[in-house]
Structure formats: structure tokens, C-alpha cells
Design a binder for this molecule. Structure first.
Ligand SMILES: Nc1ncnc2c1ncn2[C@@H]1O[C@H](COP(=O)(O)OP(=O)(O)OP(=O)(O)O)[C@@H](O)[C@H]1O
Ligand SMILES: [Mg+2]
Length: 273
């Protein structure tokens, strides 16, 4: 556990003062997830706001990644996983048979714990998605999409002179910004980040946090994090999970200053987890 509750209370308070307007982007209703016979998520309902950052926190194994994966139907790719309940994005059921999961995943991008650039050039890492989804007609337009995504991810100046070099040759923090740029390149509406900074040093982490803070003006962002400071710094909403259940959900400031449930209090003050 890094730090104590007093340290980040102030951060959470000043974030909250920015007074976010609230529009629900993703509505989760009565979600259960099973891996074979074993239930991992128990009846979770949660409204995720647009143009804001929602943090998922909780001890290891409590189901944060499993729940996150429901939002872009990544659990579909896990043989033993079964999801019940409903998820609506802008009011439309994402599990409806008319929804193409591949298309859904371009609307709901994902960034993982370990940066995972494709074994391709920096340029092609970003151009890959727009090419498959036909988002650019011709080389010039594709160049523009690539530049714009790299700029939004705060990476352009560092890579503009070596776009044809391999993405895997970048530093860890740069690779993670490359992965964020790759997600942004297909014009997503939601970006899911599963512990995006856990493999990064504090400087690279600070850059990603700044980036998340900029991106929230345009996107609905969900971030899983084990760092209480990070949750307090970057999020406006926080959801605390425990043993597959949603224990508490609300404004980040309130969760960190005045949690209703003793389990939340214990977790944020580092008494367990
Ligand atoms: N592919 C899988 N097959 C079977 N069980 C799984 C699978 N993935 C996760 N689980 C189980 O589901 C539960 C929730 O796991 P999950 O990875 O969602 O937790 P988490 O909160 O993300 O943990 P961490 O903080 O360690 O990443 C755990 O009991 C885990 O063992
Ligand atoms: Mg996880």
C-alpha cells in the first residue's frame, strides 16, 4: 500500500471541485460472471459516466479485471467464462445478437497492464486498427490519423522522426503511450485500462496519469488500479470491489473521505488487501 488516506484526500477534493457534468455512458445491470462452476462476479449493477474517469479498486482476485472485460465482451474470448445480466452503452445492449464484438471493441478500447505493442513499426502499430476498420482512405489520411493519435497520447514529439522503427524498441512508458495511441486511433468512445501503470516507473506513470486527465475530456475512461493515490488523482468515480461484489461506488472524494462501508475504509487505509 502506497501512502495513507490523508495524502490523497486533498487530491480527491480538488479533483471533485472541478465539478464534472454527469452523463451515463455504460449501464451495467445485474452482472454475474462464472468461470466454469465458479462464480467470480455477483450481481453487480453500476452506471459509468461519460467524459470522466472511473476507478475500480479492491484486493487482488476480487474481480476487477473480470468485470472490466464484460464492458468490451473480452470474456467472450475465454472459453470457460459465462456472463449474465445486461450492459447498455448509450442505451443499446452490447450483448445483443446484432452487435459485432469486433466492432464493439473498437468503440471500447483496452489498454493492458503490460504494454503489448505489435511486432511492427510505430507507424503500423497505430495504422493497424484504422486500416482494418477502413477509417482512412489513402495514405495521406492514414498519416493524419496516425499523427493525431500519437499527439493525443503525448508521444508524437518523441517518435515523429522514427515512425518506421519497431514499436517494441521504445521504453516501457513510451510503449504504454503507444498502446494508448493505438486504442485512440480507431476513435473509441470508452477506454478500459487494466493497471496501465503497474509496469512503469514513477515518471512514466506521471505522464500516463496526465494523459488520462486530458483524455477524460473526450472519452469515458475506466481504470483498474492498486494505487490509492492514483485512484484519487485521476478518477472522479471510484468503485470498490471485494470478493466478486461491488461493495461501494460513488464520487471519488466521498469514497476516500467518508466511505460508508467498513471494508472500503479498511482497504483504503491499507488494513487489508
Ligand atoms: N480465465 C480465468 N479462468 C478461471 N478463473 C479466472 C480466470 N480469470 C480470473 N479468474 C478468477 O476470477 C476471480 C477474479 O479474478 P480477476 O482477475 O478478475 O481479479 P482482479 O481483481 O483483477 O485481481 P488482480 O488485482 O490480481 O488483477 C479470481 O478468483 C480468479 O482466480
Ligand atoms: Mg486484474
Amino acid at each position: 500500500m502506497d501512502g495513507n488516506v490523508e495524502d490523497f484526500t486533498e487530491t480527491a477534493r480538488s479533483k471533485q471541485a472541478q465539478n464534472m457534468p454527469e452523463m451515463t455512458k455504460v449501464e451495467c445491470r445485474n452482472i454475474d460472471v462464472f468461470y466454469g462452476e465458479k462464480q467470480a462476479i455477483f450481481d453487480i449493477s453500476l452506471d459509468i459516466p461519460d467524459r470522466a474517469v472511473t476507478a475500480f479498486i479492491g484486493p487482488s482476485g476480487c474481480g476487477k479485471s473480470t468485470f472490466l472485460r464484460c464492458i468490451n465482451r473480452m470474456n467472450d474470448t475465454i472459453e470457460s467464462a459465462r456472463v449474465t445480466g445486461q450492459i447498455f452503452m448509450d442505451g443499446a445492449d452490447i450483448n445483443d445478437h446484432s452487435i459485432d464484438p469486433v466492432l464493439l471493441r473498437s468503440r471500447v478500447g483496452m489498454v493492458f497492464q503490460k504494454p503489448n505493442p505489435f511486432p511492427k513499426s510505430i507507424y503500423d502499430n497505430i495504422a493497424y486498427g484504422p486500416r482494418i476498420h477502413g477509417l482512412a482512405s489513402g495514405k495521406q489520411e492514414l498519416d493524419e490519423v496516425v499523427e493525431s493519435a500519437l499527439r493525443k497520447a503525448g508521444l508524437w514529439d518523441e517518435v515523429k522522426d522514427r515512425l518506421l522503427a519497431p514499436g517494441t524498441g521504445l521504453s516501457g512508458g513510451q510503449q504504454q503511450r503507444l498502446c494508448i495511441a493505438r486504442a485512440i486511433a480507431v476513435s473509441p468512445e470508452v477506454i478500459l485500462m487494466d493497471e496501465p501503470c503497474s509496469a512503469l516507473d514513477p515518471i512514466a506513470t506521471a505522464r500516463i496519469e496526465e494523459l488520462i486527465d486530458e483524455l477524460r475530456e473526450r472519452y469515458c475512461i475506466v481504470i483498474v488500479t492498486h494505487s490509492m493515490q492514483q485512484a484519487a488523482r485521476v478518477s472522479q468515480k471510484t468503485a470498490f470491489f471485494h470478493l466478486g461484489k461491488l461493495v461501494e461506488y460513488g464520487d471519488t472524494e466521498r469514497i476516500f473521505t467518508n466511505p460508508e462501508d467498513s471494508r472500503t475504509q479498511d482497504y483504503i487505509t491499507g488494513r487489508f488487501g
